[in-house]
Design a protein around this ligand. Structure first.
Ligand SMILES: NC(=O)c1ccc[n+]([C@@H]2O[C@H](COP(=O)([O-])OP(=O)(O)OC[C@H]3O[C@@H](n4cnc5c(N)ncnc54)[C@H](OP(=O)(O)O)[C@@H]3O)[C@@H](O)[C@H]2O)c1
Length: 259
């Protein structure tokens, strides 16, 4: 059965992807840690439209989780023709003082599990010569961000990795795209124990998903969601990197000290 797999589908951008794609008739496999939310979402989406919505509750930062998830799709005889690697979290503060275990867990979730899921699900897509993958990066992936050092670096990885795979997989009819949202109204800041960055225009998760699906249809390698975010990222390219670092550092230093 053709199925779309969405990680981090229990809230925010992942949930918005699930709702949008269910309305378009996709069968879904939703993954996150909070089983109650997945149960509710699957029963609601299964009722709205005649689609099959299933879930797997797991912590994707655990080393064997991506392999277990892949195995589960084989057991359930699901053909994953669309993979959305969306699960992720962040942290904010002076890196030297942040909890090291949590920083490493972030790398395990934001990078390690995303790479492994992409690799595993790409093989059958290659054989079928079709498939789609969206990896959720961030506008924070375009430059180093002092006081969000590990998070921004994980998203720089996701952006670079996805763009490279876009080109590698073009001859096979497989679309790979990095989605780069700016500040989005979700549970992210609370879950990441972060202060919301100051004075930034935010988008809804639905707006981000709309932009992502349009850009994927157009075959783009990456997309920045929101015009303000687009102009911010593009204008920063014209300014020396050290200046951007100092400016971002000044804003976020006082912001984290206040928090
Ligand atoms: N919100 C923003 O401003 C923003 C901006 C740029 C990029 N992003 C990116 O967008 C993506 C989605 O975030 P969001 O904004 O929608 O935040 P969110 O509402 O906190 O959603 C995060 C999702 O990831 C799941 N998750 C977290 N840790 C997990 C783990 N260890 N294993 C499995 N699932 C896990 C969460 O569910 P459980 O807690 O139930 O596991 C939840 O479903 C992230 O990659 C984030 O970095 C967000």
């Amino acid at each position: 059965m053709n199925t779309t797999l969405i990680t981090g589908a229990s809230s925010g951008i992942g949930e918005a992807f699930a709702r949008k794609l269910a309305a378009r008739g996709h069968n879904l496999l939703l993954v996150a840690r909070t089983e109650e939310k997945l149960v509710m979402l699957c029963s609601e989406l299964g009722r709205i439209k005649s689609i099959r919505a299933q879930y797997v509750a797991m912590d994707l930062s655990e080393p064997d989780a991506p392999a277990r998830l892949f195995e589960e799709t084989l057991q359930r005889e699901l053909q994953i023709n669309f993979l959305i690697n969306n699960a992720g979290f962040g942290s904010m503060g002076d890196f030297a003082r942040l909890d090291l275990e949590r920083e490493l867990k972030m790398i395990d979730l934001n990078i390690r599990s995303l790479v492994e899921l992409t690799h595993r699900f790409l093989q059958p897509m290659r054989e079928r010569r079709s498939g789609r993958i969206i990896n959720v990066a961030s506008t924070a992936g375009f430059q180093a961000v002092p006081f969000m050092a590990t998070y921004a670096a994980t998203k720089a990885f996701v952006l670079s990795f996805s763009e490279a795979l876009w080109e590698e997989n073009r001859p096979y009819g497989i679309r790979v795209m990095a989605l780069c949202p700016g500040v989005t109204e979700t549970n992210f800041f609370e879950a990441s124990r972060m202060q919301r960055p100051p004075a930034r225009i935010s988008q809804t998760a639905e707006e981000v998903v709309e932009t992502a699906l349009r850009a994927l249809r157009r075959g783009k390698s990456s997309v920045i969601s929101g015009w303000t975010n687009f102009f911010m990222v593009e204008s920063e390219r014209l300014v020396p990197r050290s200046l951007i670092l100092r400016a971002a550092g000044a804003v976020l230093r006082s912001h984290t000290e206040k928090g």
